[in-house]
Design a protein around this ligand. Structure first.
Ligand code: FE
Length: 220
């Protein structure tokens, strides 16, 4: 991913000011080794065929906050695809919306994702499998990445910080349905389960964030 746009770094001031940014849809992801048995063109083509997984339905329950844990790195690159040429693992596309507590989509919300590689390791030196983006005018986000590996003591999960204009940061984690380790994970909460679609060769997941007072957490 040599596109210079992806190299733009997020600093704390940017996070707090949240300058309105409208991201064009990053149409082609270079999936490299993540799709070892598929051509990059066909993989990118499938990645772009998103079903309409977002829903206007909203139960107005604020998304639960969970700890960031010890492996958050600030200033992640701005990008929708976390896939790089050396990335190994099972690709997944995660989509959804960020909504207010009265179910109105929120534009220009910063979502900062980070997670482990296929071996359950975080990159604590660089920004492998870390990246932030902003929701579009309909509050939608889309991240292309791999399914995280497991590490001792935890079930499979994504980490994410969600920062809407004029609202505190929501820090939380997203979980995978059907994981046997969910039952024994001390942080797992079924309210943070993604909906999964395993069809069409590419795994897809969706999760809608609802921001409200109960999801408040200070930026750390
Ligand atoms: Fe973690």
């Amino acid at each position: 991913l040599a596109n210079p746009m992806f190299k733009q770094r997020l600093n704390r001031r940017t996070l707090l000011r949240l300058c309105p940014v409208t991201l064009a849809s990053f149409a082609s992801a270079t999936c490299g080794q993540a799709f070892s048995n598929r051509s990059p063109r066909s993989a990118a083509s499938r990645l772009n065929q998103d079903p309409d997984l977002t829903s206007s339905a909203c139960d107005s329950s604020s998304t639960l906050s969970q700890t960031a844990g010890p492996f958050y790195t600030p200033d992640s690159p701005e990008r929708q695809s976390l896939l790089e040429s050396q990335t190994r693992g099972i690709p997944i596309v995660v989509t959804g919306q960020v909504l207010s507590s009265d179910c109105v989509p929120i534009a220009n919300v910063l979502l900062d994702f980070w997670h482990t590689n296929d071996f359950g390791e975080y990159d604590n030196i660089g920004y492998n499998l870390r990246g932030h983006q902003f929701t579009d005018a309909e509050g939608r986000y889309r991240v292309e990445t791999i399914i995280p590996g497991l590490y001792p003591g935890r079930t499979r999960h994504f980490h994410v910080k969600v920062k809407a204009p004029h609202l505190p940061v929501l820090t939380t984690q997203l979980y995978f349905p059907g994981e046997s380790a969910n039952q024994n994970d001390f942080l797992f909460n079924p309210a943070l389960l993604m909906s999964m679609d395993n069809g069409n060769n590419i795994k897809r997941a969706t999760f809608n964030f609802v921001l409200g007072n109960s999801s408040m957490e200070s930026l750390r």
